[in-house]
Design a protein around this ligand. Structure first.
Ligand SMILES: *Cc1c(COP(=O)(O)O)cnc(C)c1O
Length: 358
């Protein structure tokens, strides 16, 4: 390895290098990386003021290379697929899993197939899959249909399934919890996140427990997961046939990691709560306007949920809260452009510009 290459790897080592001793790697696992992980944990002063929490931290997972947390698990799943000799990977996706799979596969020279529910994927995510050269199979059905087909076809063919039913995805996604414990010196008391297929809440809970078992964390958080009201099977206790929400990343009616989500909720003394699209949209706009954080709608469900807990009278004074901001606002420009813009047409003159200022 040349010196400049080594310096580059040290600058942005990625999770396989940073957490090599805690992930299920062998000497034969290639240490691939797009510089994922090590995302910022920033305070949200306006949310502290509203809720009275001692600190509200935003874990900015959209700072991962493809703009969502999916990269943490995908890098492990793709590395293990290469180790096992696969030359192709496949996933079903509401968008971000396909963007991530497409990027890592492109970098490693693997073929990549993505099964997306027709018409239900945000434009930015589709753009990524197109740009990275994925073969896109637009399935005439829901995400849940696509995942079932993805499982079936990868059983018949020598293609690695890289959905979160692949245990290496969950293993890699634990790294976000480890980073939070690293940054805070302990786990927070309250952890808030969106829940769709429920792989990520399963991973965070496993990650926090692992930090606790190692003595890195002295406490475990209460885990609060938030589903969109039109796609809330874990709240109602039964699968939803036709899930509906503008937060397409969590538009899932039958989560693959159902048991993991229920365990995280029950073992941590937390809850899984529904938030309406109106609550998600309000949180989405608040994050952008008051915190300067442009998240995609599903990511704003963390904050919608925290505000709902506060509205329901939960005592947050003195508490450390972490909200996972799971994906980037630019993924879904259509959601942003539904906001009435503050826009005027002005003549190309100094007077025209000055007249339009406050
Ligand atoms: C995938 C995703 C989720 C949901 O995560 P699950 O592991 O499916 O519960 C939430 N937000 C964003 C932005 C996502 O991409």
């Amino acid at each position: 390895m040349s010196e400049s290459r080594a310096a580059h790897d040290a600058a942005s080592p990625g999770v396989l290098t940073r957490f090599a001793d805690r992930l299920p790697l062998t000497g034969a696992t290639p240490r691939i990386s797009l510089g994922e992980g090590s995302t910022p944990l920033v305070p949200a002063p306006s949310l502290e003021q509203i809720t009275g929490a001692a600190r509200v931290w935003l874990k900015l997972e959209f700072c991962n290379p493809t703009g969502s947390f999916k990269d943490r698990g995908m890098v492990v799943a793709v590395a293990k697929a290469i180790e096992a000799g696969y030359e192709a990977v496949l996933c079903a996706s509401t968008g971000n899993t396909s963007a991530s799979a497409a990027a890592y596969a492109a970098r490693q020279g693997l073929r990549v197939y993505v099964l997306v529910p027709g018409g239900a994927v945000a434009q930015g995510k589709l753009a990524q899959a197109v740009a990275h050269g994925a073969r896109i199979l637009a399935v005439e059905g829901s995400f849940d249909d696509a995942l079932q087909l993805a499982r079936a076809v990868t059983e018949r063919r020598s293609i690695a399934l890289v959905n979160s039913v692949n245990p290496f995805r969950i293993a890699g996604q634990q790294t976000a919890a480890w980073e939070i414990v690293d940054a805070l010196g302990d786990a927070p008391q309250i952890h808030c996140m969106p829940v769709g297929n429920a792989g990520n809440i399963t991973a965070y809970w496993r990650g926090y427990r692992d930090s606790y078992d190692r003595g890195d964390a002295k406490q475990l958080p209460q885990m609060f997961g938030f589903q969109a009201a039109g796609a809330a099977p874990l709240v109602t206790g039964r699968p939803v046939q036709h899930p509906q929400t503008f937060a397409t990343a969590i538009r899932i009616g039958n989560p693959a990691s159902w048991q993991g989500a229920v365990a995280a909720r029950d073992e941590s003394g937390g809850d899984i709560v529904a938030v309406t699209d109106a609550q998600i949209r309000a949180a989405y706009e608040h994050l952008a306007r008051a915190e300067g954080v442009f998240a995609e709608p599903a990511a704003a469900a963390s904050v919608a949920g925290l505000l709902a807990l506060h509205d329901h009278g939960m005592e947050l004074a003195g508490r450390q809260v972490v909200c996972v901001i799971s994906g980037a606002g630019l993924k879904d420009p259509e959601a942003a452009l539904q906001i009435q813009p503050d826009r005027r047409d002005v003549p190309a003159t100094l007077e025209g510009i000055e007249a339009a200022l406050d």
